[in-house]
Design a protein around this ligand. Structure first.
Ligand SMILES: Nc1ncnc2c1ncn2[C@@H]1O[C@H](COP(=O)(O)OP(=O)(O)OP(=O)(O)O)[C@@H](O)[C@H]1O
Ligand SMILES: [Mg+2]
Length: 271
């Protein structure tokens, strides 16, 4: 398992969406790939407890998963070091009812166990299920940062707004980064972001940031069909380039946060 030499500087990021099928799993996997290529250590957690499918995208059949972690298994026996991808993967348990409907005590235990694991890495990426069920919300509220994936479709915008609303009003989350996926053009992506940002500003008094726009690209579907991460399958295609740009921004954000923490004795004492 790869260990970060800089402890306590893990940036945890949940990849979430209101509407399903907007590209979260592909984005999580390929952001992981890009961040690793840029020299960072990371673990990718399949936190889609309903329909886990990162293992399918990776062509894996892992023996152990999050459920074993809950049952007391050592995380080192569950994490799968991905070769040749070079980062670690923590599989979920697909379709396990008890996990989908985790009660709050169990959620707390899981979060605690995961926390000690996270700290070994530069980045923790969580691929979540869609929607606003309590388990999704608990996982979405836990990390330091959230990437809300939207598409230009009106239903995606309304569902993302509902997700942001419930996270901000019921879970006190205030920082949201938006990625517009499957944009036909940069302009279409920007317009979709503007619509969501205006609604959040106007009705929730909440500024949201645009992290990036990923273009619709037939290579994404091809890479899924071949069970190979897009960045490996077609590294020069438009969507791969867009994801690399987003990874770069995420890495810069981690450096900035680490600098802030290093300069502030108060922050240093609480992280
Ligand atoms: N930029 C893109 N261009 C073209 N197709 C895309 C793009 N991003 C994702 N897709 C396609 O959209 C489909 C759904 O992607 P993915 O499984 O990553 O979504 P998801 O948000 O994780 O879904 P779920 O909510 O079910 O977990 C995939 O078949 C993928 O090929
Ligand atoms: Mg998914």
């Amino acid at each position: 398992m790869t260990e970060s030499p800089e402890t306590n500087k893990t940036l945890s990021i949940a990849i979430v969406s209101g509407k399903g099928g907007v590209g979260k799993t592909n984005i999580a996997l390929n952001l992981g790939f890009a961040l690793h290529q840029q020299g960072h250590s990371l673990v990718l957690l399949d936190a889609d407890l309903g329909l886990a499918n990162l293992d399918v995208l990776l062509g894996l059949s892992p023996e152990k998963n999050l459920q074993d972690l809950l049952a007391g298994e050592n995380p080192d026996n569950i994490v799968v070091p991905l070769a040749p991808e070079g980062f670690d993967f923590l599989p979920s348990a697909s379709g396990v009812a008890e996990l989908v409907e985790l009660d709050e005590d169990i959620q707390g235990v899981l979060m605690h166990k995961l926390d000690s694991l996270f700290r070994r890495y530069d980045f923790l990426l969580l691929d979540l299920g869609a929607g606003i069920n309590p388990t999704v919300l608990a996982f979405a509220a836990m990390p330091q940062e959230r990437v809300i994936v939207i598409t230009p479709e009106p239903t995606s915008l309304t569902d993302s707004y509902a997700l942001i609303k419930v996270l901000s009003t019921q879970h006190n989350v205030r920082n949201f980064h938006i990625v517009v996926n499957m944009a036909e053009t940069t302009k279409e992506g920007q317009t979709a972001f503007n619509r969501l940002a205006q609604a959040c500003e106007r009705f929730l008094n909440l500024p949201v940031r645009l992290l990036g726009i990923i273009h619709r690209d037939p290579m994404v579907t091809e890479s899924v069909r071949h069970q190979v991460p897009l960045l490996k399958f077609a590294p020069t295609c438009q969507a791969a380039q867009d994801i690399c740009d987003i990874a770069q921004k995420i890495a810069e954000r981690r450096s900035k946060l680490a600098e802030l923490i290093a300069r502030s004795p108060v922050l240093k004492s609480i992280v």
